[in-house]
Every structure is written in C-alpha cells, then in structure tokens.
Design a protein around this ligand. Structure first.
Ligand code: IMP
Ligand code: MG
Length: 198
C-alpha cells in the first residue's frame, strides 16, 4: 500500500472545504446528507469544521459487490432522510468516480422541495466521469487508481486507516485469491477484459 494523502493532508483539505462551503452558503442552517458507508469519517470531520448550525442525515448507496474495483448496479436507500422542504442541503460523498452515484442521489434530493442542493466530495478521480454533473466542492483530484482508507474500503476492509492509500493491483489480486481460490493472474486479466480499462 502506498500513502497518497497523509492525515495532515486530509485535515488541511477538510479545513479548506469547510471554508469554501461557508463562503457560498453563509451562516444559514445546513443539512448535511452523508452517503453511507464511505463518507462516515469525512462527515464526522467536516461537521466539526463547519461553523454555524448543521443538521446531519445519512442515505445509503452501493455500486460495488465484494472484491470488484469497478462499479456495478447502483442501489440506493433514502428512507432515513428528514423533511428537506426549504432546507439548504449539502450531499457529502467520499469519492466521485463515474459520478453515477452522485448524479442519482442529486436527482432524488432535487425532488424533495429543498431551497438548495449542493454536493461535496473528498476525492475526484481524473478522467473517469461518465455524467455531466460535477460536484460543487472537491477536496482533492486523484489519479485513476483504487484507493482505501479514511472511510473508503475494499471488500469491507481498510475504512479505518487515518490516511488515504493506493491499493496496488497485487494486493487486490491477493485478497481475491485468498477469498475464492482463483489464481491471481487469471482474475486480474479477467477483470481487465471485462471493463476494457484495466
Ligand atoms: P461512482 O458512482 O462511480 O462515482 O462511484 C462512487 C462510489 O464508488 C463511491 O461512493 C465509493 O463508495 C466507490 N468508489 C469509487 N472509487 C473507489 C475507490 O477507489 N476506492 C473505494 N471506493 C471507491
Ligand atoms: Mg460510496
């Protein structure tokens, strides 16, 4: 594993993000809607930096199954949301990859009578977007590599790391092989063929 952003880098990024958000929203009450599960660490740090009144709620989204590192079918759950009528809403997710999660959630939130809906992500992967929507606030642009830590997982592991690390292809292959006994090289090659990107 290779450290991409240290916990000091992340703290500085979140300081900057909170300042940018308040510069736009002012001191008005803000409803932060975090996306489970990857945004939990970010939400916890961000709300402690956002000065002024904040309400917190969570939705759930998932586009990965097990040891996949490319998104599959998107599943959403919004049943924990409070009434958003007239609220200034900030949707918060860990990472903007294809953008399909954020786009789908923004569409859902847009139907609920909020005064405004904006979006914030800690990370955006370069060259991966498949939608026209872009987040209003981005912490860091990162290369197209699979990252873990600071809330982000691979097959449920590594969310607890206080820094952000790149999971090398050999580590991904080793995890898969340990779980299902498929030889590393075959598994990685099959994954390449499936999405044509590698
Ligand atoms: P999108 O819908 O393709 O933008 O995917 C966004 C979601 O995929 C994020 O909320 C993450 O949960 C997950 N994701 C995308 N890239 C990574 C990664 O590099 N590491 C861990 N999770 C990722
Ligand atoms: Mg997520």
């Amino acid at each position: 594993m290779r450290v991409l952003l240290s916990s000091d880098d992340l703290a500085a990024g979140i300081d900057r993000l909170s300042t940018e958000v308040r510069a736009v929203v002012g001191r008005r009450p803000l409803t932060v809607v975090g996306v489970l599960t990857g945004s939990i660490v970010l939400v916890a740090d961000l709300i402690r930096r956002l000065e002024g009144p904040v309400q917190v709620s969570m939705v759930w989204a998932s586009s990965y199954r097990g040891t996949a590192t490319r998104p599959g079918e998107l599943e959403l759950r919004l049943d924990l949301l409070p009434d958003l009528t007239g609220r200034d809403v900030l949707l918060v997710d860990d990472i903007f990859d294809t953008g399909r999660t954020l786009e789908a959630l923004l569409a859902e939130l847009g139907r609920r009578g909020a005064a405004s809906v904006r979006s914030l992500v800690l990370l955006a992967k370069e060259g991966r977007a498949e939608v026209a929507t872009r987040p209003d606030f981005i912490g860091f642009d990162i290369p197209d590599e699979f990252v873990v830590g600071y809330g982000l997982d691979f097959d449920g592991a590594w969310r607890h790391l206080p820094y952000l690390a790149v999971l090398e292809e050999a580590e991904i292959a080793a995890t898969r092989a340990a779980q299902d006994g498929v030889p590393d090289a075959t598994e990685v090659a099959a994954c390449r063929d499936a999405d044509g990107r590698g």
